[in-house]
Design a protein around this ligand. Sequence first.
Ligand code: AMP
Ligand code: MG
Length: 499
Amino acid sequence: MNAPENFLADLPAFDNSFAALPEDFYTRLPPQPLPDPYVVGVSDEVLDLLGLPADLPKHPQFADLFAGNRLLPGSEPLAAVYSGHQFGVWAGQLGDGRAHLLGGLRNGRGHWEIQLKGAGRTPYSRGADGRAVLRSSIREFLCSEAMAGLGVPTTRALCVIGSDHPVRREEIETAAVVTRVAPGFVRFGSFEHWASRDRDAEVRRLADYVIDTFRPECRDAANPYDALLRDVARRTGELIAHWMAVGFMHGVMNTDNMSILGLTLDYGPFGFMEAFDAGHICNHSDTYGRYSYRNQPHVAQWNLYCLADAFLPLLKRPEIARAAVDETYGEAFETTFERLMRAKLGLREGLPDDEQFIGETFGFLQQHRPDFTLFFRMLSKLPAAVHGPERAKTDAPLRDQFVDRAACDAWLDNWRARLAQTPWEDESRQTAMLNANPKYVLRNWLAEQAIRQAKAGDFSEVARLLACLRRPYDEQPEYEDYATLPPDWASGLEVSCSS
Ligand code: AMP
Ligand code: MG
């Protein structure tokens, strides 16, 4: 087989645009080697995105490359500095404590930065070990790709490389490295870092970098920095609307985990809503529920105000910075959320009362707590009109999700009445609804199953789950077991910040 360098010779040249920023923005340093690495999982889609050959993962040195043991030709590894607010409190300097940016490249499909997460200590590790465990790396890998499959903006993951190298958490686990891929990894906290130090020139330099590299259209605006802040606020609004519509909970929406490009970033104790509860807290470490499902839209806005404060050196007046958020975020969130909810409910066109109906629907879900994903998937298959005695039979799959079947019937009556106001032939509507309501999401217990097998040396479940989550809106009878309520053993599962 060819040396990996020969495969990699076909890669577009790295441009390493982030490394072209002044040295204050990062520390250059190589990843720390990981002994005897092995491949745990690979995303064929991300290989393709990068223009890498499909059989590269079979190369004996693939694991070495993405464990950080050998450098990709052209890479200039570095760890970036940032700061941030964690759980609502200013946390001061943070930074890539366990992430190495290898570099960036541009190809026909965009600009891609490649980052190793878990490849050892950096000057920003703050006493921690710079490693990530297999458990959290598999979760990040699978969820990044699952979110992409769902159509939610996200960083991607190329692969997980494991090693038997021990890592101490609550117990001894083993190390792994996830290769993350995204147009960029700049965070709200990257701006807060410089603003908190009154380093106005650096705030400007970073904003210029983001505009020039990712948002050149902002240059045409009367005030490019105002345009950039509005762009971030709009994309963040759209992002959170997508999260809410698929029942995703991030778990740690600190400002250092918020992407300036509006991507889902830093997968840790995330979760997908199962039995619906708007107050659900997916992160066991989040004692007061700051990042509960229902708080996500509000918290994102709070985070945007932190970013707006960091933009003050550029926008001068607080009211201008705040207005950039106020005039953009809420509107983007609401418009997107309503559009996604209409699609989920099969409403062909919008009507003025839809907001109220959507609100009532959430109230109904809150009261009766059906599985969020199964509810909308089953709803997608129901006919718009039902006749007397047949009704119980037609609606049975959905009704059976409820203890109080009469309440389900009453809500279905309202739904059907609403459907009748904007008639849509059943088959087309059902197809549209099935494309808006996933059958498969990365439930905690599914990830846990794959993790348990991987810990025992069998990575086939990681691959199987990934293959299914690629096409979450398709019926895939071979994966029927993934579209069920959590089994009893999963009731005690908890995820925390430990990763
Ligand atoms: P997180 O809550 O995972 O987003 O992490 C917050 C900060 O802690 C970031 O600056 C991380 O890079 C850093 N961090 C988390 N875990 C580790 C670790 N095991 N080693 C070094 N830094 C870490
Ligand atoms: Mg983070």
